[in-house]
Design a protein around this ligand. Structure first.
Ligand code: 2E7
Ligand code: F3S
Length: 321
């Protein structure tokens, strides 16, 4: 191609993107509960952090509440994929609620690690974002033993009882690179810091970051589909910018895409967070096609095949129905 010929406009579509196994399971749990028991089905917090998923389930009869005290005595409540503290299970039992726990099994694994290290009287440094539901649930497993480390800045202020008995754990949806850096700084302060028995940042988070790195290097703009409260989606925007995109934006759906973002752009990267239905990505691709980005090339970085069984409470009731 000579230097006069304009380069064709194209879209690089990251793979994997969108729903992870934990989201698939949690959304299906609410749908199956609606089929099995009928509306209303109460859901504590957003089942996953996506406005469209929540609206769609509301239209089918799900009622989203912030706390179990808003659920009528004896009703059915689903706990969100992000997990809950043991105190929430206790409150639900106190109100005689029938609970369906849609906590992602990979979050349950972190809860189990927290309980195990707390039982051995370790100080646990939980790397995560303050106020995020997942962190609140995990910290609630052992509040006396867990301190939150929210990014690099949190490291200096940490004090532990015995520097020989310290372990770090993390939220599942963090930036892989930033977490490595936070751990390195923690280790600078506590050289005998123990690593988690297995990665707490989950396969879906790390695969989506690997995939966006690959397309960001070749894209001037990366559009990430996801809601503003979705931690893993927000991390994809940061990673895209760190790995070569001049700009990256988070959009809930196609209506948020602004034409001026595409001025002078020949390659647009597109990806989506773990809580995002594929139709929303399809909508963004249709909008980009209207703007002249017709050529879509999917770039697969990692193969995914993870599946989780439905929550056991549902499987039991579906069997006996
Ligand atoms: C549960 C967990 O719902 P999300 O957007 O949640 P984040 O944690 O990224 O805000 O994504 C799916 C999901 C991720 N992690 C659900 Cl623990
Ligand atoms: Fe679970 Fe990771 Fe998805 S923790 S809900 S598999 S983003």
């Amino acid at each position: 191609m000579d230097s006069e010929t304009p380069r064709a406009r194209r879209v690089l579509l990251a793979k994997p993107r969108g729903y992870c196994a934990g989201v698939d399971r949690a959304v299906e749990a609410v749908e199956r509960a609606l089929d099995q028991y009928g509306a209303p089905i109460y859901v504590r917090k957003q089942i996953v952090h996506n406005t469209h998923v929540v609206k769609r389930l509301e239209a089918r009869g799900a009622v989203f509440v912030e706390e179990t005290e808003q659920v009528p005595e004896g009703a059915i409540v689903v706990f969100s994929a992000h997990g809950v503290a043991p105190s929430v299970h206790e409150e639900a039992a106190g109100r005689h609620l029938k609970t369906i726990d849609a906590t992602c099994p990979l979050v349950t694994k972190v809860h189990n690690e927290a309980r195990r290290f707390a039982a051995k009287d370790y100080d646990i440094l939980l790397i995560g974002h303050e106020g995020h539901e997942e962190v609140e649930g995990t910290a609630g497993e052992a509040p006396q033993h867990i301190q939150l480390v929210d990014g690099f800045d949190g490291v200096e202020g940490i004090e532990v009882r015995d520097p020989e008995k310290v372990v770090w754990l993390s939220q599942t949806t963090l930036s892989v690179d930033e977490t490595e850096e936070t751990v390195a700084r923690l280790r600078g302060r506590f050289p005998n810091l123990i690593d988690p028995p297995s990665d707490d940042i989950c396969y879906a988070t790390s695969n989506r970051q690997t995939a966006v790195k690959e397309i960001a290097a070749e894209s001037e703009l990366v559009i990430v589909v996801g809601s503003t409260n979705s931690s893993n989606s927000k991390r994809l925007v940061e990673v895209a910018k760190d790995y070569g995109a001049d700009a990256s934006y988070l959009v809930d759906d196609a209506s948020f895409v602004q034409e001026e973002w595409l001025d002078g752009v020949t390659t647009v990267g597109v990806t989506s967070g773990a809580s995002v239905p594929e139709e929303l990505v399809d909508g963004v691709l249709a909008r980009l096609a209207e703007l002249g980005f017709i050529d879509v090339q999917e770039v697969e970085s990692v193969k995914e095949s993870m599946r989780f069984a439905l929550p056991h409470e549902l499987r039991r009731d579906l069997r006996t129905a």
